[in-house]
Structure formats: structure tokens, C-alpha cells
Ligand binder design. Structure first.
Ligand code: ADP
Length: 535
């Protein structure tokens, strides 16, 4: 027998109607510009009519290259509410990756901040499916190309009505948004969120033991809206009616801290590299309104957290997640049994991932597939499951290897879980380097280095870095009879990979140590590196 409750699909248009009906007066701030949801909602309807006017098919992907801004928020609402798929793209990726991503998603129209146009426009001829490039004029001075495909966002909006519109997304399982994650080998993979997963994730972020977001909060997502939907924070702020503060293109430490202080922000989230960059300017501003500062995407070290505790009075918290997991799966918190913790112990607990949030499950599995005990000391592969977690990848390569036969996501992280369900990440099996919150594929970098005929072999490993979290180190074996320097390798890489991928440290070796099966032994390399001097 079924229950007798109303079947109302969990969809993104319900978020729009919620903010408009209940929180019309609440603020959406971009840099110096303040609007309210009453201003934003009619613009979302104009946007939906623009998509109809441009004949964007229902179910098509619409790409965005944009900073955190009100206009990006309008795209977050208008694209999925009108049945299209919001595809946020990280413009910091290397050009070839951006081209792959746009073509893989078959984006029909792109919305691009004018400040990002210098990066996107040179690639446009490589985008097979894109019919229009709609420019969001955020103050950039890049000359608008004289091309019939280029349209102005505000002009388009002005031609349409903001009158009520019946957004009909009946199927909560319909695709709502798409985000690509770096593949360890090969191309980036798409994660396709549904309306249902986005709504459920926005609700779980509100939990008192997660971020405890409420109408009284002023939420500033510093994490980019092109990175896993800014960890779902814009949608969570809509659920609870919190004010939203968005930095736009102004992302220098001074600008960010000024924004947090001026708007009396209570909750903010960013990766460790960004939090670290803000430290020198913290003391110059009144940040007394902050009650929760979340750091995700990587570990929080005690030097970082204690700097915050000393200067603004609160430590950083940590959250674990992946693009595949919407992303938040854990959020650190002190439980009843941690009551006595103080000082560094308390900071370390809050700086590690913490327990699973509602609707998600975690397990740690040994190489032979057996479940590891929850004793906090027996590591294995972290696997996760839940309604906000991907079941397959988008596109031709569904990534079957990444999922277990019983439907759990294999994370590629090595972790322990303790008796209280608290997660700790101890290592990573995926061959990636995470630098400043962004991925560098070791394999792609190795291939780029080995494209140089002067190189016989190259292996890339990540090593800890005080500023970036990790940086790649390239271990290079020159071809027989060749003289090669680190600068030669860097010069070869320039133009072949994104500039921030280029290793500062390059080790010239006689050979790369191998495992018994002939693969590079990155573990041995890591041990060797301590003893060698960089080129
Ligand atoms: P995000 O950067 O938003 O977490 P990605 O998909 O880019 O999403 O990266 C996910 C990976 O980042 C994880 O598999 C893990 O290796 C690493 N990671 C994420 N959060 C943490 C954390 N709190 N502690 C340690 N590593 C983390």
C-alpha cells in the first residue's frame, strides 16, 4: 500500500517560487550591487523566455562561463526551471579540455562573463554545437566580437516579459545541471545532477549539524559557481532565505575580505588555498559577524586553522566531497563525546572531514573487497552511496569501473572511519595532483612532457606545498645522449598545458623506479625525492 501523501516533484522551480513568495525582500549582492529576490525572479522568467526565443531545445545543455554573480544565479534558476540543463564550465582549464567539455555536452548556447571572454572567444571556432554566445557584461573591456552569434544578455532580457510563467518540470529525476570532473586518465567526465538531487542536497546543507543555514544568515560562497555548483550553497540559501553575497570578478584577498566585512557575512566557504591567501589582510577588517567558515576540497592544516582562531576567533571547519557527490558528504562537527576537546585537538577534529551528512552513507573497503572495521585505524578505499551521489557518468564513457556492483561510488580516496562514524582521508589512489583546489592530471602532464623527443620517460607525483596544498613534481629521464635541463622541460610545456600545471620542481633521473608489474612506482619516487635536489 502506498502512503497517502501528495506527490510533489522536488524541482528547482520550487526554489524560485519559494524565494519569490517568502523572501522577496532578501538580498542578492554582487560586489557593490545589491538586488533582492523580487528583482531577480522576473529576470529569471525573462531569461527562460530568451531561451525559448533562441529556440534552445528542452533537454539541451546551456553552458556558462561566469564568476559568482547575480546573473550566474539567474542562469542557475532559469536554465533548469525551463527544462534545459545548466552546464557550468571552469574557464581555468586548459583550452583543449574546455573544447572537449563543451563538445561532449553539445552545448547549444553559451553565457559568458565579459571578463572571461578573452579566454573563451579564441576557442569558439572549436565548439561544434554552439549557436550563440551571450555576453554578460560584468565590466570587462574585451572588445565585443563583430559576429552574428554574439548577443548581449541585458538586450535579450529587455526584449522579454518577466510576467508569471508556468515552469513545468514534472519529473524530479530529469537532468538539471552538469559539471565535469578531471579524469585520472583520458578526458574529463560529466556528472549529471537531477532536480531531485539538487533539491535534496540544498536541504541537507541546512542541517544543524551540517552548515546550520537559516534565514538569519548572510551566506558568501567564495568557492566558484563553476565548481560543483558552489557546493550547492546558492540553492541552500534559497531554501532558507539567507542573504547571498557574491564576489563577482573581484577575487583578490583584499576585495574578498572587504566583502565579508562590509556585508556582515555569517557563513562562507572556500578551499584552503583561498583561506590561506586571506590571512595577511584579516586583521585589517571587522569579521566579527562570521560564525562558520567552511573549508572543503582538501585537508585543513593546523597552522591555517589556528591563524583564523587567533585573528577572528573561530577555527575553520572541514567538509569532504567530490563533484560526483553534489558535493557535500561529510561536515566536521563536535559531538557530545568531544565535549572536553580544546585547543589544537579541537581544531584538528574540526579540520578533518567529520561524519556523513543525512541521506549519505560511507564505507571503507579493503583491496579484497571486505569491509574494514570502523576503528579509526584500518584504512581502505572510501566508497559512498546516497540520493545525492552519481550512479554513472554522463556521455559515452559511463565510468563503470568507478562504481561497485552494488551501486556505491568508488572515490579513489584511501580513508579510515572511526567508531563514531568520523572520516579521515589518509591517501589517494587516483593519479591526480590537487593544486589550489583544482586538479592536475599526472598522466596528462606526463604525456605532455613525453611528447618532447628529448625525453625518454616522465613520471609526475604530487608533493605537499604550504601554499597550494600540493604541487606536481616531474621526474624526467632524458633520451640517450641528450642534454636536458628543467628549464627546457618547462619551455616545452609552455602552451601545451595550463600555465599553473607547469612544475616548479623538475628532477632529472637516470631511470624511473618500477613496480613488479613494470608500472612506475610513485611510492618509491616519493621516498627518493626527499633525498634529491631539484633542478
Ligand atoms: P571538490 O574539490 O569540490 O571536493 P573534486 O571532485 O574536484 O571536488 O575533488 C574531490 C576530491 O578532493 C576527493 O576525492 C578528495 O581526494 C579530495 N578532497 C575533497 N574534500 C577533501 C577533504 N575534506 N579532505 C581531504 N581531501 C578531500
Amino acid at each position: 500500500m502506498h502512503g497517502l501523501m501528495q506527490h510533489r516533484p522536488l524541482t528547482i522551480p520550487t526554489l524560485l517560487s519559494r524565494v519569490e513568495t517568502n523572501f522577496g525582500h532578501k538580498r542578492v549582492i554582487t560586489g557593490e550591487t545589491t538586488s533582492t529576490w523580487s528583482d531577480v525572479a522576473p529576470r529569471v522568467r525573462r531569461l527562460a523566455r530568451v531561451l525559448d526565443h533562441l529556440d534552445v531545445p528542452v533537454g539541451a545543455c546551456v553552458g556558462t562561463f561566469a564568476w559568482n554573480s547575480q546573473r550566474h544565479l539567474e542562469l542557475y534558476l532559469g536554465i533548469p526551471s525551463s527544462g534545459r540543463i545548466l552546464h557550468t564550465i571552469n574557464h581555468r582549464l586548459y583550452g583543449e579540455q574546455v573544447t572537449f567539455i563543451v563538445n561532449d555536452a553539445a552545448d547549444d548556447v553559451l553565457f559568458v562573463d565579459r571578463t572571461i571572454l578573452p579566454v573563451v572567444w579564441p576557442l569558439v571556432s572549436s565548439f561544434a554545437s554552439v549557436r550563440y554566445v551571450v555576453v554578460l557584461d560584468d565590466g570587462g573591456d574585451f572588445p565585443l566580437p563583430d559576429d552574428p552569434r554574439v548577443l548581449d544578455y541585458e538586450d535579450l532580457l529587455a526584449q522579454q516579459s518577466g510576467d508569471p510563467l508556468d515552469f513545468a518540470v514534472d519529473d524530479e529525476n530529469a537532468a538539471a545541471s552538469l559539471c565535469y570532473t578531471s579524469g585520472t586518465t583520458g578526458n574529463p567526465k560529466g556528472v549529471l545532477y537531477s532536480h531531485r538531487s539538487v533539491v535534496l542536497h540544498s536541504l541537507l546543507l541546512l542541517g544543524a549539524d551540517v552548515f546550520a543555514l537559516s534565514e538569519r544568515d548572510v551566506v558568501a560562497p567564495i568557492v566558484p559557481m563553476f565548481h560543483v555548483n558552489a557546493w550547492g550553497l546558492p540553492y541552500a540559501a534559497m531554501q532558507c532565505g539567507a542573504d547571498l553575497v557574491l564576489p563577482g570578478p573581484a577575487t583578490s584577498p583584499e576585495e574578498l575580505v572587504t566583502l565579508l566585512s562590509r556585508h556582515r557575512v555569517t557563513f562562507s566557504a572556500a578551499v584552503a588555498t583561498v583561506w590561506r591567501d586571506l590571512i595577511p589582510v584579516l586583521a585589517d577588517h571587522d569579521l566579527g559577524s562570521l560564525r562558520h567558515i567552511a573549508c572543503g576540497g582538501g585537508a585543513v592544516d593546523d597552522a591555517l586553522s589556528s591563524a583564523y582562531e587567533r585573528i577572528i576567533g573561530i577555527p575553520l571547519t572541514n567538509a569532504w566531497g567530490m563533484t560526483e557527490t553534489s558535493p557535500v558528504v561529510t561536515s566536521s562537527r563536535l559531538a557530545t563525546h568531544h565535549a572536553g576537546l580544546t585547543g589544537e585537538d579541537r581544531r584538528l577534529l574540526l579540520g578533518s572531514p567529520g561524519p556523513a551528512v543525512p541521506l549519505t552513507e560511507m564505507r571503507v573497503v579493503a583491496d579484497d573487497g571486505t569491509l574494514q572495521p570502523r576503528d579509526g585505524s584500518t584504512p581502505g578505499e572510501l566508497q559512498v552511496a546516497g540520493a545525492t551521489i552519481a550512479s554513472a557518468y554522463f556521455g559515452a564513457d559511463s565510468g563503470a569501473d568507478s562504481f561497485t556492483t552494488d551501486g556505491w561510488l568508488r572515490t579513489g580516496d584511501v580513508a579510515t572511519i572511526d567508531e563514531w562514524g568520523y572520516l579521515r582521508i589518509v591517501d589517494r589512489t587516483k593519479d591526480l595532483v590537487k593544486s589550489g583546489g583544482e586538479w592536475i592530471s599526472s598522466v596528462a602532464l606526463e604525456n605532455a612532457i613525453m611528447a618532447d623527443p628529448r625525453v625518454r620517460e616522465a613520471a609526475v607525483i604530487g608533493i605537499a606545498d604550504p601554499r597550494w596544498g600540493e604541487r606536481p613534481v616531474a621526474c624526467v629521464v632524458p633520451a640517450a645522449g641528450t642534454h636536458l635541463t628543467g628549464d627546457d622541460v618547462r619551455a616545452h610545456l609552455r602552451g601545451r598545458v595550463a600555465s599553473w600545471w607547469i612544475p616548479e620542481r623538475i628532477e632529472l633521473l637516470d631511470e624511473i623506479p618500477k613496480t613488479a608489474t613494470g608500472k612506475w612506482s610513485k611510492q618509491t619516487l616519493r621516498q627518493q625525492l626527499g633525498a634529491r635536489r631539484a633542478d
